[in-house]
Design a protein around this ligand. Structure first.
Ligand SMILES: [Zn+2]
Ligand SMILES: [Zn+2]
Length: 315
């Protein structure tokens, strides 16, 4: 009796009439597990093809934290690249050193790479910078934990990708992540900065975001359907106020007006590219130079990571 009720309440898949697991609000389609998986993978494939972000001969390093987004990214890329032996795939996991929080995801990252047969490189903050995030944060001069962690993680990923011989560094940013960052840039009102982000930087290993067209909700559901979801404690340092407010605004708009996030990003991307084009015509290079200390791209004499490390050393 209970079972019948449950089945009766489930909408059939728009494409095959099997019980649906998802309502994709922006298309209005109910999808079964198989069709949902296929639709997410097609979205990623279209992003990859439209932007030409993965080319023959590329070595793609996936920044794999072991959380759901990066796990989904590695999983989907390993499937999409199955028939492209001319593209190499590897994973880089950064262990920031956050006691009581990172252990489970580190384990998940190891298990996933072993399952998929993808080579994994693990680098700890301690290896890269001499101290764990926890230890850095003991310093009273340390900035906001998320800022420090983000800057050092990006640096460690970049260095590890270069050392591993990668030609592209792929991160698991979803459509929502991109839209939040875009909204924050708009709210900060620095148009020059927005334009600058449209100029291909001179990072040694260019970054790509193959999940950039997939809404966060779909990334999460994909992780659940494929058994990649790991319920996680919240990071003990979490809480960037502006970003979490940006997230609420975007998810509220998307809920009330499905498709808004994608439209916003299409508009934002066009603006950014036009802005970048104008800057380039003026002969600007995005303001990037090389860091005097480490040689990575910087906007001043020192890159962000080296400046932060220096400020913590001087203390
Ligand atoms: Zn179906
Ligand atoms: Zn530097």
């Amino acid at each position: 009796m209970g079972d019948e009720k449950k089945v009766a309440g489930v909408s059939p898949c728009t494409r095959c009439r099997a019980p649906a697991v998802a309502l994709v609000r922006r298309t209005g389609e109910h999808l079964c597990a198989a069709h949902f998986v296929a639709s997410v993978e097609r979205e990623v494939q279209e992003t990859v093809e439209r932007t030409g972000m993965i080319r023959d001969g590329d070595c793609i390093a996936v920044g794999l934290s072991g959380g759901k987004d990066s796990s989904v990214l590695l999983y989907i890329l390993s499937r999409l690249l199955r028939d492209r032996p001319e593209v190499r795939l590897l994973a880089i996991t950064i262990d920031e050193g956050i006691a009581g929080y990172r252990e489970e995801t580190m384990k998940a990252a190891r298990a996933l790479t072993a399952d998929l047969g993808v080579e994994q490189f693990v680098v700890s903050f301690e290896d890269a910078f001499g101290r764990s995030l926890d230890a850095f944060l003991q310093n009273p001069a340390a900035p906001n934990p998320c800022t420090l962690c983000g800057v050092l993680r990006r640096r460690a990923l970049q260095t590890a990708a270069r050392r591993a011989g990668a030609t592209k560094l792929a991160t698991g940013h979803s459509l929502d992540d991109e839209a939040e960052a875009a909204l924050m840039n708009v709210l900060n009102g620095d148009l020059k900065r927005i334009a600058r982000t449209g100029i291909p930087g001179n990072a040694f290993v260019p970054r790509i975001k193959p999940l950039g067209g997939v809404p966060e909700k779909e990334v999460t559901l994909y992780a659940v359907v494929q058994g990649l979801f790991l319920p996680l404690p919240e990071c003990p340092y979490a809480g960037q106020a502006l970003r979490s407010e940006a997230r609420t605004i975007i998810s509220t708009l998307e809920y009330r007006h499905p498709g808004t996030t994608m439209q916003f990003m299409e508009g934002y991307t066009t603006l950014r590219e036009r802005g970048a084009h104008c800057l380039e015509e003026e002969g600007a290079t995005g303001g990037f130079t090389r860091c005097e200390e480490c040689g990575e791209p910087a906007t001043g004499r020192r890159c962000q990571a080296c400046s932060l490390l220096a400020s913590l050393r001087d203390e």
